[in-house]
Design a protein around this ligand. Structure first.
Ligand SMILES: [Zn+2]
Ligand SMILES: [Zn+2]
Length: 305
């Protein structure tokens, strides 16, 4: 199972009932935090989630509404007893920015490893595969695609064909390889067929770009910025290099995703639901995000992980 929780969906400034941008993805005891706007440590508490499982923090770009919550969040992790290292990935310059922010969060009880993400180059965090991609904002900005791959189906017929002793079948399913009576066996000797995994793509802040549709392709959940919905705000959206509800929906349609959640609403958008129609007429499976909105994504055929 892959659990996705929107911690905050505000753009630019926090509101009384809307935290700044942040999203948590959790899978089997490991979590990834994407963006860490001011107050994310509080948003996390409101959503009744913990900092401890967060092994990776992915930053989209260096605008305050996406990263200024980092010192407080790291201090919270320390207070909750984290001692394992934490990786913070982001655009080039991430180390300088994190080091600067950490001046006010000294003596953390865990190591921080900064990693300059490279668009198109996937990396692993727990069971999840993360692929950064280029967005199109006023500063360098990355979106992130997160995938939970799935092993091929176990096949007793194939195991018998390959003369794999029954005694090690479960070991092969668990570990992917096994030794028995001096011979080595691998999982591909007892499995066949590809199985669809799970995919979540997150992108904010950006103008529409081919890369977004490309990396969001076939996502089970696409979380995308919708700063405004009112067509009168289009010029402003264009100028500040953000995206309208309708533009996010057009990408969702083109990328053939299963569902779209809008996020990063302007403080001027008091009730995002009022603009939902602008997106839903293009891509019907659109929902407006809200703080604490959560979904458990399950594998298609079994409904299990
Ligand atoms: Zn922003
Ligand atoms: Zn921005």
């Amino acid at each position: 199972m892959l659990e996705v929780t929107l911690l905050g969906c505000g753009g630019m400034l926090p509101m009384k009932e809307r935290w700044l941008t942040s999203c948590l993805l959790s899978c089997q005891g490991h979590s990834i935090l994407v963006d860490c706007g001011e107050g994310t440590q509080i948003a996390l508490k409101c959503a009744e989630r913990k900092t401890i499982p967060v092994d990776l923090i992915c930053i989209t770009h260096f605008h305050a509404d996406h990263i200024s919550g980092l010192p407080g969040f790291l201090l919270s992790m320390g207070n909750e007893g984290r001692t394992d290292p934490v990786t913070i990935a982001g655009p080039p310059g991430i180390e300088r920015v994190v080091k600067s922010l950490c001046v006010i969060a000294p003596n953390l009880p865990f190591e921080i490893n900064c990693m300059e993400a490279e668009p198109g180059t996937a990396f692993q965090s727990g069971l999840l595969t993360v692929t950064p991609f280029e967005a199109k904002h006023s500063v360098r900005c990355f979106g992130y695609s997160v995938e939970l791959h799935r092993k091929a189906r176990f096949s007793p017929e194939k195991a018998k064909e390959n003369s794999v002793p029954m005694k090690i079948w479960s070991l092969l399913q668990k570990n992917g390889k096994a030794e028995y009576e001096g011979k080595s066996y691998t999982y591909d000797m007892v499995s066949e067929g590809e199985r669809k995994g799970l995919k979540v793509t997150y992108c904010t802040d950006s103008r529409p770009a081919d890369t977004i549709a490309q990396y969001a392709r076939n996502s089970d959940l696409f979380i995308c910025e919708g700063l405004y919905y009112d067509p009168e705000k289009y010029d402003r959206t264009l100028k500040t290099k953000h995206m309208m509800f309708s533009e996010a929906a057009a990408i969702a349609k083109r990328a053939d995703v299963k569902r779209l959640w809008l996020t990063h609403f302007s403080p001027a958008v008091q009730e995002p639901e009022q603009g939902l129609g602008y997106a839903a007429e293009i891509f019907p499976d659109t929902e407006c995000g809200c703080d604490g909105k959560s979904i458990d994504l399950l594998f298609e055929d079994t409904g299990r992980c």
